[in-house]
Design a protein. Structure first.
Length: 300
């Protein structure tokens, strides 16, 4: 059952505050995240803190991540590249083999204009990771961008994925996928999942609710909101189907709940929602493991 583990995201600065409080609720993994840069963080010291917290538990670190724009030809972009390098080099300290984040983007240019820069930046990063037994995965969030303009990430649509993986053709590069980011584009995530599951190295546990009645009355370009990011268990996705497809394609990894987005389970209800999502996803995974009692399969 635990080929697919269920966990949550924790920002690097909150590791010591949050992780000890969440472990007793049954979280199995933690994804440690940085926003834009690792800065001056002592990654070895952070890893030691994590090991102390996890000692004696069955929990582990699913991945370490930096969400930035390493494709910018600026000091900030250079710092983002250094942050990727640091996390790749430090992954083993956290007992993980996965580093994730945004691809970055050439700001306000079509996706196609970012591919040469993506190849330039990530070919050496992916090679560096491969030499260390590390995989790289990109979250599929459009960060408010579209095909023609944006400033964070190009890995939000299958056409871009094909271009990315053709430009950097290594087997240790893939996706950190979630259905929410497809649903907000009014894309059905299930057909996409079936086609791209072989390139999915990690999953973010975030869902969405689409208000089709609002779309029918007002369209998608008006003032009315028509879609909301949701914590799993409160949105429209069938996570039993998602997990079944992942199992059938041999996925082994973690579904890490990405909280702090739900319009209802927020504020003082944040971790109420996250623990509900944890239990819900475990149930979608199939519940607790029950050992087979027959030595051989019985056919009637």
């Amino acid at each position: 059952m635990h080929d697919i583990k269920i966990g949550t995201l924790v920002s690097a600065g909150n590791v010591k505050k949050v992780m000890p409080k969440l472990i007793p609720h049954g979280f199995e993994t933690f994804s440690i995240t940085f926003w834009e840069t690792t800065g001056n963080t002592d990654l070895e010291a952070l890893a030691n803190d994590v090991k102390d917290i996890l000692k004696g538990t069955v929990c582990c670190i699913s991945c370490i991540s930096v969400f930035s724009n390493p494709l910018m030809d600026t000091d900030k972009g250079a710092d983002a590249i250094r942050s990727w390098e640091k996390l790749i080099d430090a992954a083993h300290l956290f007992d993980t083999d996965l580093v994730t984040g945004f691809t970055g983007r050439v700001v306000d240019k079509p996706v196609t204009d970012s591919i040469p820069r993506f190849k330039e930046v990530f070919t050496p990063l992916v090679k560096r990771a491969k030499d260390k037994g590390v995989k790289i995965a990109f979250e599929n969030c459009n960060m408010g961008g579209d095909w023609n303009r944006g400033d964070w990430n190009i890995a939000f649509t299958p056409k871009a994925w094909k271009m990315m993986f053709d430009a950097v053709p290594y087997d240790n590069i893939g996706l950190q996928w979630e259905p929410c980011h497809q649903m907000v584009q009014l894309t059905d995530p299930i057909p996409q999942l079936r086609k791209w599951a072989h390139k999915i190295f990690a999953v973010h546990g975030k869902d969405a609710t689409i208000a089709h009645d609002i779309i029918a009355e007002n369209g998608i370009s008006g003032a009315e909101e028509f879609v909301w990011h949701r914590t799993p268990g409160f949105g429209d996705s069938n996570w039993t189907d998602i997990i079944s497809i992942l199992r059938m394609t041999g996925f082994k990894g973690s579904i890490d709940i990405e909280g702090w987005h739900d319009p209802v389970y927020r504020g003082e209800l944040e971790y109420t929602g996250q623990v509900h999502a944890l239990d819900y996803l475990k149930n979608c995974r199939g519940g607790e493991l029950v050992t087979n009692y027959e030595s051989e399969e019985v056919r009637i």
